[in-house]
Ligand binder design. Structure first.
Ligand code: SAM
Ligand code: ZN
Length: 898
């Protein structure tokens, strides 16, 4: 394995690409060309729970169902589509499925024609090309099934017993050795030797062994015995073979570090008091601290930030002390045991899953694997120590220098064995088996995070990050789980692709598509790298070491974050994008479209893309949303307002004009005085119309469209086509603008005058809302008055209690909050939640706005001086408001008699 392998993918050379186009392309003739399409306008929402999509992962994937409507809209069967940043090749899959698209997609695009389209898929990364190629074509599934089974069987043979462990059961009850079901399984039970000889491999017959208490204890090791003692009254146990499902490894620290303490200093002559000063002092007893033992709360499913040294009681955080090792702490295994089946009163063999700390036997097996790695053919490629993630994720502190360091010794041996069992030449089978093997990447490395049983263990997509608690999965299990999915994918390819579908995969820079002639492509769909989100070449290196061909990093379009070393600046990213868009412009036929999917919260990256697009000569026809529904981890954090990541992708629809129409570019509507006001108006209009859109298209729109990340996306899609600079646009900026004009409830923005109801999951109403700001105060009032309408006198004591800890003005503003958000029933003088009509009256937008503007004017905060007409308008509206205010005031004063 240390020798470089032959890269298994037949990538197309420039000549091959040119030949592909010569074979399938229809030359562009301006005289006769009558292509015309309007830009595709629908917002798309597509989930990722599609077996084809999930056959093989990639760091960012666009679901093919999200691409198909574009292909159906913009192209004809047999047209040539280009994806110059193809990643896992989903554009190719979508082109293939267009031969036989799902009915709902076909119905959604009137006038679309069924039939496969030809696709040129290009990516700089050989790993991406490998995935893309296999996604578009595979060998005959019935033959491949046999090939996969052969591969697994030979790797299993070579690594026989590598994940073996054992399970112990007290030899009593159902496991009494005199029971027939037990005795037939006990290998040294002489009465059944005959039966054993007859059926040596029968599934019901396992090598069970009867062991003494002493033997059981020595197999387990004193630590395990003391943690989960064997029942004291039992002296014989049955040892059953078991297989490890996964092993959890924990970081180990040394109790030794510096902490900051406050100490008494000199006595002040003036005050006579001793001063306190902060000093750094060494602490710790030098003992080992196993994170798993001191910081993990399995019931709550979390790791505590701070923990106590079990020896000296010193409290530490991970960052204060030195990590010295990793150690196995938990083994989850399965075994075939016995169960009494009530239905037919029989004892049957059943698979059980159990867990315990590693035993002496388990630890010895790990040591065996370590020794075996030293003499084995395993990859020894050194990692690029200048890579941004290498520094950011402190890989040197973990002594990670080689590819081998990304795997536990056991998993490395198994993976290397799998790889070495493959047919060595470049052929369909090797391509497919390599695809099967890389499909388990992301779950078998030391990067795999322990997730407390939630949503499966796995790595952080796109990150070379070693977690403190990592999971060593059984590689055989992972490969066996993927096998049917890959076979299913090959099956789908055979069923779906028609005679028109074909594809070519090229591996190179999107800024130099030399094989593609000018004006030869019918449509482009792509998803370019998003600035600094993912360093593809660094992460794909893990795949490429095994595949035998590495990414040429020089042309990679990526921005290194400011703390990362390297030469990839926003300017160089921008240049790369310009080259790529120039190429896209060159190869696209005039009058044709390019759809660019994009996701970024950094306005500078958006600006770079926008400039590249315009400088190339494209016109931005429109922008729409793509909601990939199942969010990535970082995206869901963004939705909760925790991290600077955008939840929705945006889609630019670009056109290569028939003639230069750069004069179409517009500028900011001059009626708006400032950038901020312009943004506020767009958000206001979005929030105002959202309830209607949710009502008419609940599949597409939801309250998620009120989050800051979504507003960011929405603003980008609105501003960029209008030619507005979006450099300043980022999540903190939007947060700060919105907080001045709108109200935020549960991380979602509402118009100030909008009366907010319960959230869809009703959570807000289950427990008393904690009043911390205006939004939560409104929720609190609605919660109180929702069940029982109250007079102000009844409500006030509760309010005082709820706001006792607040320091600002809010606690004194119950009247205003009631007036703006609740309804006074004049007959009972009780406040309650408004009906729809009353809501409309409360939401009298014009009046609210006039009050707001007038207030700001009086405070001297209104940026532009009002005109006479403005002031007259205010007076009129304020007069009408005054009537209502007067009435309300009756309900805001506690009547003397009550
Ligand atoms: C966002 S991903 C594309 C994901 C793809 N849409 C999918 O569904 O899997 C961007 C891709 O651009 C590639 N890339 C980065 N710089 C490139 C360049 N200069 N030329 C071509 N590809 C590049 C990366 O390797 C990465 O695979
Ligand atoms: Zn200690």
């Amino acid at each position: 394995m240390d020798e470089p392998r032959e890269y298994p993918v037949p990538v197309a050379s420039d000549e091959d690409v040119a030949a592909f186009i010569a074979r399938y392309g229809t030359p562009y003739d301006p005289e006769t060309d009558d292509y015309h399409r309007d830009p595709f306008v629908a917002d798309i929402r597509e989930g990722k729970n599609d077996p084809t999509y999930n056959a093989h992962s990639y760091h960012t994937k666009v679901p093919p169902r999200a691409i198909i409507p574009y292909i159906l809209h913009y192209t004809e069967p047999g047209d040539i589509i280009l994806d110059p940043f193809c990643g896992s090749g989903m554009t190719g899959v979508a082109a293939m499925i267009s031969a036989n698209p799902p009915k709902d997609l076909l119905d959604a695009v009137p006038g679309s024609k069924i039939g496969g389209r030809r696709t040129i898929l290009n990516d700089l990364s050989p790993a991406a090309c490998h995935i893309a190629y296999n996604y578009c074509t595979g060998p005959d599934p019935s033959l491949m099934k046999g090939e996969f089974d052969r591969l697994i069987a030979s790797a299993e043979k070579e690594c026989e017993g590598i994940y073996d462990t054992f399970h112990l059961e007290p030899a009593r009850g159902i496991y009494d050795p005199n029971n027939f079901e037990v005795s037939v399984r006990l290998c040294e039970t002489s009465e059944h030797l005959l039966l054993k000889d007859l059926e040596p491999k029968s599934s019901a017959r396992e090598d069970w062994v009867l062991v003494s208490r002493g033997e059981a204890e020595s197999m387990l090791g004193s630590k395990v015995v003391s943690e989960s003692p064997l029942p004291a009254e039992v002296f014989r146990f049955i040892r059953m073979p078991a297989s490890i499902v996964y092993t959890v490894w924990s970081d180990v620290y040394r109790c030794e570090g510096m902490i900051t303490v406050e100490e008494h200093g000199a006595i002040s002559r003036k005050t006579g008091k001793t001063s306190l000063r902060k000093v750094r002092r060494p602490r710790g007893c030098g003992a080992e601290i196993i994170l798993w033992e001191v910081a993990v709360d399995l019931d709550a499913g979390k790791v505590h930030e701070s923990f106590r040294c079990p020896k000296c009681d010193q409290i530490w955080e991970k960052t204060q002390i030195k990590r010295i090792d990793v150690r196995p702490v938990l083994v989850v295994y399965r075994y075939m045991g016995l169960k009494h089946r009530i239905k037919d009163n029989r004892v049957v063999s059943v698979e059980f899953v159990a867990q315990r700390p590693p035993t002496t036997f388990d630890l010895e097996k790990i040591e065996d694997a370590k020794r075996a790695v030293e003499g084995a053919h395993v990859p020894n490629a050194p990692i690029d120590v200048k890579g941004p993630q290498y520094n950011r994720n402190a890989l040197s502190a973990r002594k990670v220098t080689l590819l081998a360091d990304f795997y536990s010794p056991r998993n490395l041996l198994v993976l290397a064995s799998f790889w070495n069992q493959q047919k060595s030449r470049m052929c369909d089978e090797t391509r497919a088996t390599s695809f099967l093997l890389t499909s388990v990447f992301g779950s078998i490395e030391r990067l795999t995070r322990f997730r407390f049983g939630r949503g499966g263990n796995g790595w952080l997509p796109g990150q070379l990050y070693f977690p403190s608690l990592s999971v060593e999965e059984n590689v055989f299990d992972a490969v066996k789980t993927k096998t049917p999915r890959i076979i299913q994918l090959y099956d789908t390819q055979r069923r779906t692709a028609d005679g028109l579908f074909d594809f070519a995969v090229s591996c190179g820079d999107a800024g130099g598509l030399r094989g593609i002639p000018d004006d030869s492509i019918d449509y482009i769909f792509c998803d370019p790298p998003f600035g600094s989100n993912i360093y593809y070449s660094e992460v794909n290196w893990l795949y490429e070491c095994w595949l035998g061909r590495r990414t040429d990093r020089e042309p990679e379009a990526v921005v290194h974050r400011k703390n990362d070393r390297g030469t990839k600046s926003i300017e160089s990213y921008s240049d790369r994008m310009c080259l790529a868009f120039l190429e896209m412009f060159r190869v696209l036929k005039p009058g044709r479209f390019a759809t660019i999917e994009f996701n970024n919260s950094d306005g500078r990256v958006f600006e770079a893309i926008k400039h590249a697009v315009r400088d190339a000569g494209f016109s931005i026809e429109n922008m729409v949303f793509l909601d990939k529904v199942q969010k990535t981890f970082k995206q869901s954090k963004g939705g909760r307002g925790e991290e600077d990541v955008v939840g929705h992708d945006v889609i630019f629809n670009l056109m290569k004009p028939l003639r230069d129409c750069s004069d179409r570019r517009s500028t900011v509507n001059s009626a708006y005085i400032t950038y901020e006001q312009f943004i506020v108006e767009i958000v206001r209009s979005h929030l105002k119309t959202l309830p209607d859109r949710i009502g008419t298209a609940p599949q597409t729109y939801s309250d998620e469209h009120r989050t800051t990340p979504f507003l960011n996306t929405m603003l980008m899609t609105t501003l960029i086509p209008r030619g507005v600079n979006v450099e300043r646009l980022n999540l903190p900026f939007i947060e700060s603008v919105c907080s001045r004009y709108f109200k935020k409830i549960d991380n979602r923005w509402y118009l100030p005058e909008q009366v907010v109801g319960p959230t869809t999951n009703g959570k807000l109403f289950n427990e008393e809302v904690n009043v911390s700001d205006e939004a939560s105060a409104i929720q609190w009032l609605r919660q109180r008055l929702g069940t029982t309408p109250m007079r102000i006198g009844e409500l006030r004591p509760h309010w005082m209690k709820a706001t006792v800890k607040l320091t600002g003005e809010l606690s004194t503003q119950i009247e205003r909050l009631l007036r703006e958000n609740l309804w006074l029933d004049r007959s009972t003088r009780r406040w309650r939640i408004p009906t729809d009509d009353e809501l409309a009256e409360l939401n009298n937008h014009e009046r609210q706005r006039a009050c707001h503007d007038a207030e700001r004017f009086l405070e001297g905060k209104l940026s532009a001086p009002p005109t006479d007409a403005d002031i007259l308008g205010w007076i009129e509206r304020l007069y009408s408001a005054a009537g209502r205010l007067e009435e309300e005031s009756h309900g805001l004063v506690e009547p003397q008699t009550s």
